[in-house]
Design a protein around this ligand. Sequence first.
Ligand code: AMP
Length: 126
Amino acid sequence: MPHAYDDQNVFAKILRGEIPNDTVLETEHTLAFNDIGPQAPVHVLVIPKGAYVSHDHFCAEAEDAELLDFARATARIVAEKGLSLAEGGAGYRVISNAGVHGVQEVPHYHLHILGGRRLGRMLEKT
Ligand code: AMP
């Protein structure tokens, strides 16, 4: 089954300028903005401008330029937020949720960058 993209999702509306966002960084292929419901002192969402649903969709089908731009944008945000280990930062976590088991709310691919406090264990034990 091909990846089905719903262009009425909230991040597609942000990309079209239909609803506002608190932009952290914008590049040719990537937009990053603060999460509306932050779960840590730093909680930035990084999204490609292209119509991708999930991490695997983006990684499988994006052009090289989109992949490179997204990866470099993510590194820039980590550095600019003072999270990079290379610059004395205390670290961070990146998360991407996909689908039902990943508990993905917004079906436009995004990475969460979380930092600024100790984040606890990655997963609850169930
Ligand atoms: P996920 O469960 O990985 O799909 O996460 C979606 C994230 O998008 C959540 O952390 C929400 O708080 C965030 N979110 C939803 N709407 C907006 C918005 N308009 N601007 C910024 N963040 C949003």
